[in-house]
Design a protein around this ligand. Structure first.
Ligand code: SF4
Ligand code: SF4
Length: 68
């Protein structure tokens, strides 16, 4: 699994859908037309959505490592 994943700052997201169109994995959906949501199981951390977002609402973050 990729080390990083896309994280949406919903307070900045304007639900434009640009990130959804950019994502090569179809990992992003727009929840009830309000804000973007990332399917973390599908995201490969490529960063295309982060670059494309006009509202600077996406950051790539390290995935949490679950021990045990
Ligand atoms: S980082 Fe890449 S795979 Fe993950 S949601 Fe963004 S565009 Fe899709
Ligand atoms: S591109 Fe940015 S502002 Fe537009 S839906 Fe995606 S996260 Fe929200």
């Amino acid at each position: 699994m990729a080390k990083r994943k896309a994280n949406i700052d919903v307070s900045r997201c304007v639900a434009c859908g640009v990130c959804r169109l950019q994502c090569p994995r179809e990992a992003i959906s727009i929840f009830k037309g309000c804000y973007a949501v990332v399917n973390e199981d599908v995201c490969v951390g490529c960063g295309l959505c982060e670059k494309a977002c006009p509202a600077d609402a996406i950051n790539l973050v390290e995935r949490e490592i679950i021990n045990g």
